[in-house]
Design a protein around this ligand. Structure first.
Ligand SMILES: [Zn+2]
Length: 274
């Protein structure tokens, strides 16, 4: 069994502030430790369920948050800050299953550290008429390769947000968000135990199927400013819907994801740093 892991940081138990998950932040070393603990718990569960090959794609910030030699299961590590498929780089049809670890809620959701790819540019994303966070957007790549997304970990919001896009996904709740900057966390050992057991269960008795979004799929993206929406229309096929919202559709889920990624990279140039 080949297992693909996309790991973010904001949904990890114990993390509730950017200082814990951005390099240079006061508490960044703590954040990376907590992140590593959850990745290794998932790896342990996967290995117990029969995983032979594991790829960990670091999907957070500069995307080199983990010490490669401390990853369990002799997992390979995909790291670095320019990856064309970003949070889903490295996935292909040879993988049996994908896991989304440490995921956070969508920008309009009151989950801790909620955002959708770029909190300073993207106010909301709607996929085929349903508000989506990063899991639903990333499911487009899983659909292209026909790989089920079996598990998502994070707060109480990430499971219900992913469910419409990832059939049969199991959500493992490791913290309860109280506000965008506060959460009640399980003790890291308990969070890790739940992840190990949950991943083992999900991989031993597979209940998840590959995403099957209706095609052509449509993304509606609300940007923070009208300038960003105007800029987004420079991309072929992207139409302005309101002053801040654009829409685009594609019958190829991978191409739709790539257009979204281009929009994310493009609108960075207009982010106000004040
Ligand atoms: Zn992140």
């Amino acid at each position: 069994m080949k297992v693909y892991i996309s790991v973010d940081a904001e949904g990890v138990a114990g993390i509730s502030d950017w200082e814990q998950c951005i390099a240079g932040g006061d508490d960044y070393p703590l954040g990376r430790d907590l992140m590593l603990g959850e990745v290794n718990a998932a790896i342990d569960g996967a290995v117990e369920a029969g995983a032979e090959q594991i790829l960990v794609n670091d999907s957070h910030s500069l995307m080199r948050n983990l010490p490669p030699g401390e990853l369990g299961g002799h997992a390979s590590y995909l790291s670095g800050r320019f990856k064309p498929l970003y949070m889903m780089e490295g996935l292909d049809a040879s993988y049996d299953v994908a896991l989304f670890l440490g995921y956070h809620a969508a920008m309009p959701t009151p989950g801790v550290l909620s955002h959708t790819y770029n909190p300073r540019a993207i106010a909301n994303v709607v996929l085929n008429g349903t508000v989506t966070g990063e899991a639903g957007i990333n499911a487009l790549v899983a659909q292209h390769h026909g790989v089920p997304v079996a598990v998502i970990t994070g707060d109480q919001y990430v499971g219900p947000e992913a469910a419409p896009f990832c059939p049969g996904i199991d959500a493992i709740e490791v913290k309860k968000s109280v506000s965008r900057y506060a959460a009640e966390h399980l003790h890291p050992h308990i969070a890790q135990q739940r992840i190990r057991e949950g991943v083992f269960r999900a991989l031993s008795e597979p209940g998840a199927g590959p995403p099957v979004l209706h095609l052509p799929a449509t993304l509606e993206v609300q940007l923070v400013s009208p300038d960003m929406a105007e800029q987004a229309t420079w991309l072929r096929g992207v139409e302005r819907v309101t002053s801040t919202t654009v829409r685009f559709e594609d019958d190829d889920p991978l191409r739709l994801y790539r257009t979204f990624m281009t929009l994310v990279f493009l609108t960075r140039s207009l982010v106000e740093t004040r």
